[in-house]
Each structure stands twice: as structure tokens, then as C-alpha cells.
Design a binder for this molecule. Structure first.
Ligand code: KIV
Ligand code: ZN
Length: 537
């Protein structure tokens, strides 16, 4: 397969990564930019910094940390991520406008290895938005890439909607960007339209036919609208691309982006037919997947490849029998390879603090002594109610306790009466800015009554966008994890909680989301994007 693939003549010169060689594929993570733009996936400043640190630590080559011109919050997050970065290149997105590029540079310039990523929609549909002729757009590309390159040695350029751009025009603008100094040319399949054969062919042709095509790194950026993002990204690599753009858990608008965990593990497991490597430590995948799921509020579907709850579960008798005889019967990779503990030691009410600490470390949580002490109390409360405490229970309990210290609304107690033949009634005691208040409300079922009681104690205009309940483990004593997404004045916040009582978990998740909305309002501009990357022009 590799015989027909045109390779960049000197990948080492074009790539910013001195380790890069021809068999090396750079992993460009855009969880904090494309992923975070997904409606409802908004992350706080602290969460972005934490995820960036995890990405850097796991060996991601390039982190697209945000879109600095979008808001003050984005700018601050990108510049602080840049300041704290260690190995990864830190990239900021900019539209094809000089102020955008200046702003991106201001944010990333603090990084030991900064990159500016500028883009413009080049397909007929996208050209119509800023109403530019082909020539006018070509001129704009020349001007903006030149400007970016005058500021930064490492410039990525993307023709948005490349896969629906006429070949002649795409070739022309790619050549202009290369001449103007772009070091990486990214080819986005913005609407998830392409298919693997096309994806490989397009990259192959661009490298072979564009002047300067062998002197730069070609990147692939795929969306998953037809479920082909991973296949299209790998096909692009077979076509000569040496950078894959992806997100943790495939987070991203609509059906999401290429999932980092899928391309990394596909290249690892099928290295026999795809002889390319990445620098990612795959054992760190599960932790970051869980963390991104928590902070974005986007649950990972159970049967999601690599990181889904069932990805390594063997339920049926025939599978379990085969697994016991030889794990390779039904497993193409070991759970440890993606950071799942080989043995799932279950904790219970007799487990001590040392066992809890060791289990939490396995799950990626390193708690200070005082934090462990507090968490141990909550763990014991749960273990008293639930015979066996699984990994998932601990993760849910960790999530439930986050943000608590700064919360303005705190549930003190909740009593619910419900049954057949009448409305449910909830009596809630809640502390609002330190003052304890009580309300009793009726509703259509216990959750509705509880939410009405919260409303009565803290009147608000937040619109409920999502209410989701999942059982964390099996059995009637399983904890329910509840996610609630609220929207108010353009701010979106997701709250999560877990409890063996679904109504209690619902109340806490709702209040958690309200607390996060209150925090966001207090920090103007932190999460509300004033400009979207779709505001092309
Ligand atoms: O999907 C897309 O085209 C993008 C660009 C901004 C690269 O995300
Ligand atoms: Zn995208």
C-alpha cells in the first residue's frame, strides 16, 4: 500500500516536531476548540487548563487551545495554556482577518512552540458568505498567511470545506498558502461528506501536484456526519497526510470530529497494514476520556469504540468462556493498553483509606491528604448504602463533589412523596447564598416537583435543554448519574450528580448546573463567545 504514496520530501524540516520522521503521524487535538464549540460542551477556564495539561502529558503533538478572538475567556485560556505548555505545540485559531491573526499570536506567543492556524471557507457555498470572487479570496489568503508567517514560524492554513471545493481552485489556493509561508496545510472535511477512497486520493494528488506540496505537512480534519471520520483520517494518512486532527471522545459539533482514541489505537493495533506511529501514550486514554466527558457533560455512549463502558465487557456466556481460555479470542487489544485497570478490584464498606487512594490513583485522581480525607467520608456514606463500590461509582462520586466549595446554592435536604393517583410533592431545604430556605411544591412526578421547588427558592430563567439519567452500574442499588443542561442568556452549563436515589441525583445535578451558570455570569466573557468561527468574512 505504501508504495504508491507520495511522501513529503523532508518531513523533518516542515514539521515542528524534531522527532517527526516519515512513519510518524502528528496528533493535533482540537477538543478545546472544535470540541468545545459543540453546543453545550462549554468548558470553564480551569477545566480547559486541566485538559490541556493532560493532553500535553499524554504526548499529543499539537493542542489547538481555542479561538482567541472569540471572547476574552478564550483568549485568556489560550494564553495561559501557552504559558504552561511543556512539549506540545500550542495553536490558536484565526479567521482570514488580520485582527484575528494578531489576537491569535498575542495568545500563543508565550508558548515555547507556538502555532497560528488561519482558515477560510473555499468551497462555492462558503465563498458566497463573504461574497468574494475566487481572485479576491486568493488575494486574501496570500495576505493573511503572509501576515501570520511574519509573526510566527509555524503557520497552519485550512481551506474550510476543502472536500467540496473545486479541484482547480483548491490546488491554486493551497499553492498560494504554501508560497506565503504556511508550514502545515490542513484539508478539512467540514461537513463529513467525503469517503475513504476520496480522502486518500485528495491528499495524494495535492502532495503530488501542488508546487511545494512535498515541502509541507498535510493534515486531515474530518467530521463524522456519515460515521466515516476515523476511516477518512486513516485513509488520508495512507494518502500521505502526516497530521490527524481529532478530539477526545470524538467531541465536536453535530456528529463530532475524528476520535483521538480511535486513530491512535487503530494505528497501534493494525500497525501491520498501517505502518505509522503516534507519540501518544495510549494508557492515558481512559482518564482523559472520563475527564472530558465530565467537564463537557457529554456522556460517552456505552458501545463507543475504545472508551465506551462496554468496549471491553464480555457479557455473553460464549464470549466469557472464550475470554477465560484465551483473552485474544475476543479481544484485539488489552484493557491496560488504554488505561483500564486489568483487574477491577471492587471496594466496599470495609475498605480503608489506602485502598481508596490506590484505586483513585488508578482512575487518574491524585488527591491531597485533606481531599482524600473528605472524599473518604463520602465514600463511606455510599458504601453503607451500596454493598459493592465499583470504579464507575467512584468516578461518579468524584464528579458529584466538584465545584462544591464555591457553590452559592447548596441542597440541605429533600423529601418527596409520590405514588399512584395524585401529583408528587417535594419539600426542599436549600441554602441560597448562605441563607437556609424551605419550599414545598407539587409536580408531575417527583423530579418535576423537585425542580419546581428549586425554582421557588431560586427563581431563574434558565431553560432546561437536557435531562438524562444513566445507571452507573447494575442492580437496584446502582447509582444513577443524572446530567442536566441549562441555557440562560446564551450561557450553557451542564451539571451532573450521582446517587443511589435518582430524585436526589436529579436535584443535585440541576442545582450543580445552576451554580455553574451563576459562576459564569460572574466572570463576564469567560464562556460566551462573541464571535463564532463560522462568522466567515
Ligand atoms: O471543520 C472545519 O473546517 C474546521 C476548520 C476551522 C478547520 O474546524
Ligand atoms: Zn472542524
Amino acid at each position: 500500500m505504501t508504495d504508491q504514496i507520495p511522501q513529503p520530501a523532508d518531513a523533518k524540516v516542515a514539521a515542528e516536531d524534531p522527532r517527526a520522521d516519515d512513519s510518524r503521524v502528528l496528533i493535533f487535538d482540537t477538543t478545546l476548540r472544535d470540541g468545545e464549540q459543540s453546543p453545550g460542551a462549554t468548558m470553564t477556564y480551569e477545566e480547559k487548563l486541566e485538559i490541556a495539561e493532560m493532553l500535553d502529558d499524554m504526548g499529543v503533538d499539537i493542542i489547538e487551545a481555542g479561538f482567541p478572538i472569540a471572547s476574552e475567556g478564550d483568549f485568556r485560556a489560550v494564553s495561559d495554556i501557552a504559558k504552561r505548555s511543556r512539549n506540545a505545540v500550542i495553536c490558536g485559531l484565526a479567521r482570514a482577518q488580520l485582527p484575528d491573526i494578531d489576537r491569535a499570536w498575542e495568545a500563543v506567543k508565550h508558548a515555547p512552540r507556538p502555532r497560528i492556524h488561519t482558515f477560510i471557507g473555499t468551497s462555492p457555498l462558503h465563498r458566497a458568505i463573504p461574497n468574494l470572487t475566487q481572485d479576491q479570496m486568493a488575494e486574501r489568503i496570500h495576505e493573511t498567511v503572509t501576515h501570520a508567517r511574519n509573526l510566527c514560524d509555524n503557520v497552519q492554513w485550512s481551506p474550510m470545506d476543502a472536500t467540496r471545493t473545486e479541484w482547480d481552485y483548491l490546488k491554486r489556493v493551497v499553492e498560494i498558502a504554501i508560497k506565503a509561508g504556511a508550514t502545515t496545510i490542513n484539508i478539512p472535511d467540514t461537513v463529513g461528506y467525503t469517503a475513504p477512497v476520496e480522502s486518500a486520493e485528495l491528499i495524494k494528488r495535492l502532495i503530488a501536484e501542488c508546487e511545494g506540496g512535498r515541502d509541507v505537512i498535510f493534515a486531515t480534519h474530518c467530521h463524522n456526519d456519515l460515521g466515516m471520520a476515523t476511516a477518512n483520517s486513516l485513509a488520508a494518512v495512507a494518502g500521505g497526510a502526516r497530521q490527524i486532527e481529532c478530539t477526545i471522545n470524538g467531541l465536536g459539533e453535530r456528529a463530532g470530529n475524528t476520535a483521538l482514541e480511535e486513530v491512535v489505537m487503530a494505528l497501534k493495533v493494525r500497525n501491520d497494514i498501517m505502518p505509522w506511529t503516534t507519540g501518544v501514550d495510549s494508557r492515558k486514554i481512559m482518564n482523559i476520556s472520563r475527564r472530558v466527558s465530565t467537564v463537557s457533560g457529554f456522556q460517552v455512549q456505552y458501545n463507543k469504540a475504545i472508551v465506551g463502558k462496554n468496549a471491553f465487557a464480555h457479557e455473553s456466556g460464549i464470549h466469557q468462556d472464550g475470554m477465560l481460555k484465551n483473552a485474544e479470542t475476543f479481544e484485539i487489544m488489552r484493557p491496560e493498553d488504554v488505561g483500564l485497570a486489568a483487574t477491577n478490584i471492587v471496594l466496599g464498606k470495609h475498605s480503608g483509606r489506602a485502598a481508596l487512594r490506590s484505586k483513585l490513583e488508578d482512575l487518574g485522581y491524585n488527591l491531597a491528604d485533606n481531599q482524600l480525607k473528605d472524599f473518604f467520608v463520602r465514600f463511606k456514606e455510599l458504601a453503607d448504602r451500596k454493598k459493592e463500590v465499583y470504579d464507575e461509582d467512584l468516578v461518579a462520586l468524584m464528579r458529584a463533589g466538584e465545584d462544591a466549595a464555591t457553590d452559592r446554592l447548596v441542597i440541605k435536604s429533600l423529601k418527596v412523596a409520590c405514588g399512584t393517583g395524585g401529583p408528587a410533592e417535594a419539600t426542599l431545604v436549600m441554602s441560597v447564598d448562605g441563607e437556609e430556605k424551605t419550599a414545598t411544591e407539587k409536580g408531575d412526578g417527583p423530579v418535576d416537583a423537585t425542580f419546581k421547588a428549586v425554582q421557588a427558592l431560586h427563581p431563574n430563567d434558565a431553560h432546561l435543554e437536557l435531562y438524562q439519567v444513566h445507571a452507573v452500574t447494575e442492580g437496584t442499588d446502582a447509582q444513577a448519574t443524572v446530567s442536566v443542561r441549562l441555557e440562560s442568556e446564551g450561557n450553557i452549563a451542564t451539571g451532573q450528580s450521582a446517587d443511589t436515589d435518582t430524585v436526589v441525583a436529579s436535584a443535585r445535578a440541576y442545582v450543580h448546573a445552576l451554580n455553574r451558570l451563576l459562576t459564569r455570569r460572574g466572570k463576564t466573557g469567560q464562556d460566551t463567545k462573541e464571535i463564532s468561527y463560522k462568522d466567515v468574512g
